[in-house]
Design a protein around this ligand. Structure first.
Ligand SMILES: [Zn+2]
Length: 165
């Protein structure tokens, strides 16, 4: 039973009890009313949390990279480190920082430059995997990538018609 349905059924129960209103079920009525109240508080909190989750950050920059699918702001040109990276879908960009993404579980992945611990990053709005975050690099020469983000070129668009630098 879904939470909403359960809530609805509880509502009906309270209404029914209220209509019948015999004094001997007064305690039961109070108990159910209390449960219903708790349910309402919980479901309201859940809704608030969900709203917070889908609340987007809007970046302020003249030059932005957005999600190709849903146009959510993902990164600023100022945070771009390099365009010479290889993703799973072809060319990829390395960024210092990305916004409006959620991290997936940590996994060790063998990439062209050795084994790295990475977490996939998903667009918060459309849930598409747009790249990954480097969590740990096993090779000393690759340490500079740690805590930086790969974004697949195929998954992003330029927000404005700005020229290539
Ligand atoms: Zn998206």
């Amino acid at each position: 039973m879904t939470r909403t349905l359960k809530l609805h059924v509880n509502c009906q129960k309270v209404v029914k009890l209220h209509q019948e209103h015999p004094k001997n079920i007064r305690t039961e009525y109070d108990r159910l009313h209390e449960t219903l109240f708790q349910e309402l508080v919980t479901s309201t909190t859940l809704v608030e949390k969900r709203d917070m989750k889908t609340h987007q950050t809007f970046l302020s920059s003249d030059r932005l990279y957005t999600c190709t699918t849903c146009h959510t702001h993902l990164a600023r040109h100022e945070d771009l480190i390099s365009k010479a990276f290889q993703g799973r879908l072809g060319r990829a960009y390395l960024f210092n920082k990305v916004t409006n993404v959620s991290l997936g579980p940590k996994e060790d992945r063998l990439l062209m430059t050795g084994v790295h611990s990475v977490k996939d990053i998903r667009c918060d709005v459309c849930s598409n995997v747009v790249g990954w975050k480097y969590v740990f690099a096993f090779e000393k020469s690759q340490k500079y990538k740690e805590n930086k983000y790969i974004v697949e070129k195929a998954m992003i668009s330029k927000e404005n018609q700005w020229d290539e630098p």
